[in-house]
Design a protein around this ligand. Structure first.
Ligand code: SF4
Length: 297
């Protein structure tokens, strides 16, 4: 059983960070990437810099060199190219930010069911330590978007994101399609397939790394932060979580949201996306545990 630390008060995030042992991951002088989603222009639900600033200050106080990072999107938009992605991050108030160049990716061996290697953005692949700062919300493919989604889809390079979304074996377009050469967006994979692929990428993103996770259950929008708009939250703000286990923290977050909603609200919004799949598969491949103890602060 894993431990997940929780507070209703988001101002206690640094207390949770230390209580969960994330402070022990920080080595003086080491660069610490903070994996975050900078929010599509027009979206207002994404995790704001003011929420995560105390974590940046704590890591700096511990001697680490924190910076925000994300990888470019597969679909066209301002976050598709490094230059304009950086502009979005700065426009949304984040600093310092490093986003790997479009061609900067590392193939990491995983030897799992769907992938022998996963293609991770170079900035994250090269880091020895990773802290994922996650905005918990709904998602049309994974039911909810939590740490596994932030790590898996979020840390994939554009090639990686294409690999996660496609299902060429079962696609009628396969004979004429050139997306494997052009790296254009493809949305063919089923929720089951894409969730398992996301989990394999999450596994690769933190393989051989020290990693810690902080999840904010605030502004819980029904859809992901990649949309240039967002609907009102599906539940009132719930609080913040911290853990060393990416599976347990996602399980705790979905349990807290569904408890607040009084029903499985993610399954209600996205009946086609069985969110259990990502958690079951992540547990199966040893990424973490669905069983957790919630420690209240
Ligand atoms: S549309 Fe997508 S799934 Fe179909 S062949 Fe092209 S890349 Fe593969």
């Amino acid at each position: 059983m894993s431990t997940v630390h929780f507070s209703k008060d988001v101002a206690k995030v640094t207390d949770l960070f230390s209580a969960a042992g994330l402070d022990k991951l920080i080595k003086p002088g080491e660069e610490i990437p903070l994996k975050i989603h900078f929010g599509e222009p027009g979206n207002t639900a994404y995790l704001k810099p003011a929420r995560v600033r105390p974590i940046v200050e704590l890591i700096a106080k511990l001697g680490g060199k924190p910076f925000f990072t994300d990888c470019n999107t597969l679909y066209n938009g301002l976050r598709h190219l490094t230059k304009t992605h950086l502009e979005v991050a700065r426009e949304h108030g984040f600093s310092p930010v490093i986003i790997p160049a479009e061609e900067d990716q590392t193939a990491i061996p995983v030897s799992l069911k769907h992938f022998k290697t996963v293609h991770i953005g170079g900035t994250i692949a090269r880091a020895k330590t990773l802290i994922a700062l996650t905005h918990f919300k709904g998602h049309e493919v994974s039911g909810f978007g939590g740490v596994l989604k932030n790590l898996g889809m979020g840390c994939g390079s554009r090639l990686g994101k294409l690999r996660m979304h496609q299902d060429c074996k079962n696609c009628p377009e396969v004979k004429t399609c050139r997306k494997n050469q052009t790296l254009e967006a493809c949305w063919i994979g089923s929720p089951e397939l894409v969730q398992e692929k996301i989990v394999e990428y999450a596994y690769g993103a933190v393989k051989d790394k020290k990693a810690g996770y902080v999840t904010f259950i605030t502004d819980v929008s029904p859809a992901c932060d990649c949309y240039p708009k967002n609907d009102p939250p599906i539940v009132p703000d719930i609080g913040v979580l911290a853990s060393l286990d990416p599976v347990a923290i996602d399980q705790a977050a979905v349990d807290l949201v569904n408890k607040a909603a009084g029903r499985d609200i993610f399954r209600e919004i996205y009946p086609e996306a069985d969110w259990d799949i990502q958690l079951n598969y992540a547990e199966e491949i040893g990424l973490g545990s669905r069983k957790y103890e919630l420690v209240l602060k």
